[in-house]
Design a protein around this ligand. Structure first.
Ligand code: 5GP
Length: 197
């Protein structure tokens, strides 16, 4: 019987699931889709990002994000601990590298929910990653969702809309587009892309 040497993965390279990256404009509903999907399929591992943004009501350290100070973020970046990071609407967000690589090595389906700049960086560092663009049903619907959340001051919403316009134009860079008409449908389509169902 073949013995797997210590320190190497027992999963043959071609059986390793691809890293899936879900991106799209702020407010399009990425986190709602991901939360719905994980409720049904907790085996899909979602990377928890580090961010310098302040927690919204109900958000917990280590659950939605690791909430870090500017100095802590500087260190994570300087030490090469992030797979990618980006500045978004005045805050920095980054994906802890080690956890993602460990899960992929273990053969688990791994999902990142990150912004467009981060998706581009992942494309560069992990060319076989599957990039999925979550599109709003329409621009009007995206504005309605971004305005309706009611958690952000007007100047933050303005900045996010400006970013969203740029992000929408990037759809063609992605491998797949899913239109967020229904959370259930999109979650199912995403799972199918990840070969989970
Ligand atoms: P929010 O502040 O609404 O939670 O997130 C703002 C944006 O940052 C969203 O588009 C979200 O997908 C993105 N984001 C969250 N975590 C990361 C990350 O680790 N890296 C990058 N590049 N973007 C992230």
């Amino acid at each position: 019987m073949a013995v797997t040497p210590r320190g190497t993965s027992p999963v043959p390279p071609d059986a390793r699931p691809r890293l899936t990256v879900l991106s799209g404009p702020s407010g399009v509903g990425k986190s709602t889709v991901v939360a719905h999907m994980r409720k049904e399929h907790p085996e899909v591992w979602l990377s928890v990002s580090a961010t310098t943004r302040t927690p919204r009501p109900g958000e917990k350290h280590g659950v939605q994000y690791f909430f870090v100070t500017d100095e802590e973020m500087d260190k994570l970046i300087a030490n090469g601990e992030l797979l990618e990071w980006a500045e978004f609407a005045g805050n920095r967000y980054g994906t802890p590298r080690a956890a993602v690589l460990e899960r992929l090595e273990a053969g688990e389906p791994v999902l990142l929910e990150i912004d467009l700049q981060g998706a581009r960086l992942v494309r560069e560092s992990m060319p076989d990653a599957r990039l999925v663009f979550l599109a709003p049903p329409s621009w009007e619907e995206l504005v309605r969702r971004l305005t309706g959340r009611g958690t952000e001051p007007p100047e933050v919403i303005e900045r996010r809309l400006a970013v969203a316009k740029i992000e929408l134009a990037a759809e063609s860079e992605f491998d797949e587009t899913l239109v967020n008409t229904s959370v259930e449908d999109v979650a199912r389509e995403l799972l199918a892309l990840m070969d989970v169902v």
